[in-house]
Write a protein that binds this ligand. Structure first.
Ligand SMILES: [Cu+2]
Length: 419
């Protein structure tokens, strides 16, 4: 029999398990295509490497179940991290509803410490705000609390604990709460993605993040995955694409897309009026906010989408390495090896070829990922928008085939002045 937790893990599993989990009414789960939310059509949100939370209609409210608990998360093949999250995952499953809906959120605490859930950005009765000690008692291990309110807004909102926040958020406890506008979308959205940005310090060789770190993080994630473990965002040529970005980490993340201009169309406060938008290629997402950007996918290709802080596209980053760029190290290696067997002189010509050095167990290379033309030399907050003509499905279409005459090519080096 499916356990309840497994039933909540993925869209497919949720559908299969919903009969066991749900007692009354209809089940709603993430699936491709257009679905009805109340009387209003909307395109369901796609959580790359994540899932959407199913609900049942009970006594006039959409009822959602969240379980706060320790979870194991694979950041990329080769690295498993001991995190905390909801329903077996970090970020927790996306809650999706429509403006005007009544929602009931039933939360059980299976953590080793007390918690609460705060509904970030929500217009709600003060007693539903989830601030432990102020608006409710702490939710002790084993206890269940229910939150219930009517959605009076739309936009990209979030949920996270308001109880030992420093530990619980550093361990991965956060999720999206997405509210679609009741009047629908105009223009309509064809692909609607949600990506939670986060940062972690997992000492090399360790399995558990250290929540005491304030600035010097070494892993930077999209939906708690790092490149090359991040799923691509796939769209058909002509699709209108929205990407919703949420940030509950300690830093801002300037997220940049290649090959396109986009507009920021919403925040955790809702839609931005059309007259207030401007074109850009990078959107900065400060801590404690969400940003929605939209574009029309009119340029086929594999376009990278990444944080523009270059240390945030590295894995297992260590910041106390001496800078050896331009330092002549000829002869150094053999001399040092006499006293330190196995010493490698490195970094003289940059660090791009250092991706395959040996590392401690459960530690990813700093940069990795193989592309069609060689190593991509990235990590962390990095994925791709893959746009193709006439796609039959939104599965990963593989690498882009560049039409003749549209790709950089090698030519003989022309004579240059002497350096
Ligand atoms: Cu960043």
């Amino acid at each position: 029999m499916l356990t309840r937790r497994k039933a909540l893990i993925s869209g497919a599993a949720a559908l299969a398990g919903s009969a066991a989990l749900l007692r009354h009414g209809e089940a709603q789960a993430a699936r491709p295509g257009r679905v009805a939310g109340g009387n209003h059509a909307f395109t369901p949100v796609t959580m790359p490497n994540g899932a959407t939370l199913p609900w049942t209609m009970v006594d006039g409210a959409k009822e959602f179940h969240l379980v706060a608990e320790p979870v194991k998360r694979e950041f990329a093949p080769g690295m498993i991290v001991n995190c905390w999250g909801y329903n077996g995952m970090t970020p927790g499953p996306t809650i999706e509803a429509v403006e005007g809906d009544r929602v009931r959120l039933i939360v059980t605490n299976r953590l080793p410490e007390r918690t609460s859930v705060h509904w970030h950005g929500m217009l709600l009765p003060n007693g539903m705000d989830g601030v432990s000690g102020l608006t409710q008692p702490h939710m002790e291990p084993g206890e269940t609390y229910v939150y219930e309110f009517t959605l009076r807004q739309h936009g990209t909102l979030m949920y996270h604990p308001h109880s030992d926040e420093m530990t619980q958020m550093a361990m991965g406890m956060m999720g999206f709460f997405i509210i679609h506008p009741k009047e629908g979308e105009n223009p309509r959205i064809d692909r609607d993605f949600a990506i939670m940005l986060h940062e972690w310090f997992v000492p090399p060789g360790a399995f558990t993040p250290n929540p005491n770190v304030m600035l010097d993080f070494n892993l930077f994630t999209f939906n708690s995955r790092v490149w090359p473990g991040t799923a691509p965002l796939v769209a058909k040529t002509g699709d209108r694409v929205r990407v919703r970005l949420g940030n509950l980490s300690m830093d801002n993340h300037p997220i940049h897309l290649h090959g396109y201009r986009f507009e920021m169309t919403g925040t955790d406060g809702g839609k931005i009026p059309a007259a207030a938008r401007w074109p850009a290629t990078t959107v900065d997402v400060p801590p404690g906010t969400t940003r929605d950007v939209e574009l029309v996918a009119d340029a086929p290709g594999d376009w990278i989408f990444h944080c523009h802080k270059s240390h945030h596209t590295m894995n297992a980053m260590s910041h106390d390495v001496p800078n050896m760029i331009g330092v002549k190290q000829a002869g150094v290696e053999s001399k040092v090896r006499a006293v330190l067997p196995g010493y490698m002189a490195m970094g003289e010509n940059g660090m791009g070829n250092m991706m395959n050095m040996g590392q401690p167990k459960n530690t990813l290379p700093m940069m990795s990922g193989q592309g069609p033309f060689g190593p991509i030399e990235m990590g962390g907050m990095f994925t791709m928008l893959k746009v193709r003509d006439g796609l039959a499905s939104y599965d990963d279409p593989g690498w882009y085939k560049h039409p003749d005459g549209t790709q950089a090519r090698k030519i003989p080096t022309p004579p240059l002045p002497k350096p």
